[in-house]
Design a protein around this ligand. Structure first.
Ligand SMILES: Nc1ncnc2c1ncn2[C@@H]1O[C@H](COP(=O)(O)OP(=O)(O)OP(=O)(O)O)[C@@H](O)[C@H]1O
Ligand SMILES: [Mg+2]
Length: 506
């Protein structure tokens, strides 16, 4: 490789079409050697597609790619890896049935002198990488049993194990809590000191402004501009992203006075195996009509477990009392919960959210299809009418209503899942990190939607890996650590410092 090249990556006039969409339209991007280059844009702007071309997943319809001054053509991700390019995908692509170490070294398994697999080396090296990320994950754990945030750390370890000189990170922190994201930021600083070039996609402006040297903005598949971080501001960047002003909505809802819709008393979930500590330990709280209850906590604190236990989707046995509108309930299957007016938008959209083989309309209508049955037959026209409203309301961007859901950008997939549950007209809505991977504009829309739902008397329980989001939306916040509730704050009392102290048991 030409060590003197100023640019580690040059992408010239890149065009990529998918059936019905121009994902990229003549995009040119120059990334300097050793810089952290952020790529910003709304959901569907073309960020992931551009990075998939750089990492050999997709081939461009037109345009050229240069790595360190040399023109290259990648036919596979292996070609890109050989040229020193590694990618951490937005939608995690780990093999759930394999251990963490096996995933990190998939296809590149260390071997002994005799050509046999050398698991010990794979385990040791994986352990070292996970230590670097300060992750408490064992290399021999099954990947499928890990939470999304931990899977994201494994994906990061995998990219690091390639010793690539160019690392693409496609929303690496979307499922990480603030503390984990900070560790990743330290790792990025170290990588940069070692001379790595990093391309970084994120919807979190504070992160972009802490990390990046330069920022490229894409809109609707086109390159808008590339700017030095020092010469711009977050609001300028979001302005370029959306091409319009985003009005900051103020959330000054009145203190909830509605009836208690959901009451949870002494919820306990026993650990799945004897080595783990208890997953949930006597969790109690109430949520009222018109109220947003936030649940804060670090990864593994039990936030998702609480929601799953209520929704009936917990893999483990639950104990305790759950009262829905005053009546004791115990759901063993999410469909029972849904029929009773309680629904959950899960954090792990790839595994639990989308039906990858169904189209956009079907993914949204699937829980409300009975409304579209006429004379015993499913009316496609009524089905399309049913989904038209939420698609419009949340602003889902899809090439067509019959496009396969996996053709949508990550953020738009998430919006489809939220629409699906809203169509069931729930009384209680459980949102597990619902804005993961959603752009600023769509976030503002979702916030407004939550506000409207509350005004209509819904009760919402919300978890978020972003504290500012909880502080903005929640009327009350409970904090969890090690499966227990360690603090409760009203909106006016809560601040980041107090919440972090309760979350870390400081
Ligand atoms: N495999 C595919 N088949 C068809 N269309 C696709 C495919 N992948 C992406 N697209 C389309 O290309 C456009 C750009 O998508 P892309 O995933 O690059 O967006 P993005 O900027 O990464 O968005 P997000 O912030 O939501 O992740 C979108 O309109 C999307 O629907
Ligand atoms: Mg993307």
């Amino acid at each position: 490789m030409n060590k003197l090249a100023e640019f580690a990556v040059v992408m010239k006039g890149i065009t990529k079409q998918f059936p019905g969409v121009v994902a990229l339209d003549g995009v040119t991007l120059r990334v300097r050697r050793g810089e952290v280059h952020a790529i910003c844009g709304e959901n569907g702007a073309g960020k992931s597609t551009l990075m998939k071309i750089l990492s050999g997943v997709h081939r461009p319809d037109a345009g050229e790619l240069e790595i360190a001054g040399q023109t290259v053509q990648f036919h596979s991700t292996r070609d890109a890896e050989n040229a020193g390019v590694a990618i951490i995908h937005q939608e995690l692509e780990l093999v759930e049935e394999l251990t963490v170490a096996a995933n990190v070294f998939l296809g590149r398994e260390p071997r002994t002198r005799f050509g046999l697999l050398n698991d010990a080396i794979a385990r040791r090296k994986t352990g070292e990488l996970l230590d670097l990320l300060e992750a408490s994950i064992s290399p021999v754990e099954m990947t499928g049993g890990l939470r999304v945030g931990d899977q994201q750390l494994v994906e990061i370890a995998k990219a690091l194990s390639l010793h690539a000189s160019i690392i693409v990170m496609d929303e690496p922190t979307s499922a990480l809590t603030d503390a984990e994201a900070e560790r990743l930021e330290r790792t990025i600083s170290t990588l940069r000191q070692q001379g790595c070039t990093i391309l970084y996609i994120s919807h979190k402006m504070d992160e972009v402004f802490r990390l990046a040297d330069r920022i490229t903005i894409l809109r609707d598949g086109c390159h808008v501009c590339t700017v030095d971080k020092e010469g711009t501001t977050a609001s300028e960047v979001t302005g370029w992203m959306v091409g319009r002003e985003i009005t900051e909505h103020s959330f000054r809802r009145q203190q909830a006075t509605g009836t208690c819709l959901l009451e949870v008393e002494n919820l306990c979930v026993a650990p799945q195996d004897s080595r783990q500590s208890g997953q949930l330990d006597n969790v109690s709280f109430r949520v009222h009509a018109g109220e947003v209850l936030g649940i804060a906590g670090l990864m593994g604190a039990g936030r998702t477990e609480v929601l799953e236990a209520i929704f009936g989707s917990s893999p483990s046995q639950c104990q305790g009392r759950i009262l829905l509108e005053g009546e004791a309930v115990s759901f063993t299957h999410p469909s029972d919960a849904c029929n009773a007016g309680l629904v959950m938008v899960p954090e792990d959209r790839k595994r639990l959210g989308i039906f990858a083989n169904l189209n956009v309309t079907e993914n949204i209508s699937i829980c409300s299809l009975f409304h579209a049955i006429r004379n015993g037959l499913l009316s496609k026209r009524i089905e399309e009418d049913i989904v038209a409203d939420p698609i419009h309301q949340i602003g889902i961007k899809a090439p067509s209503l019959t496009a396969n859901i996996s053709e949508l950008s990550g953020g738009n997939q998430q919006k489809c899942i939220i629409s699906r549950w809203l169509l069931t007209k729930p009384r209680v809505l459980l949102l597990d990190d619902p804005t993961r991977g959603i752009d600023v504009g769509a976030k503002a829309e979702l916030y407004e939607l939550i506000e409207t739902l509350c005004q209509n008397g819904l009760a919402v329980i919300l978890t978020s890996s972003e504290l500012p989001e909880l502080l903005k939306l929640a009327d009350r916040i409970i904090v969890m650590a090690e499966g227990r509730v360690t603090a409760e704050f009203s909106r006016d009392d809560a601040d980041e410092k107090k919440i972090m102290a309760a979350a870390t048991l400081a």
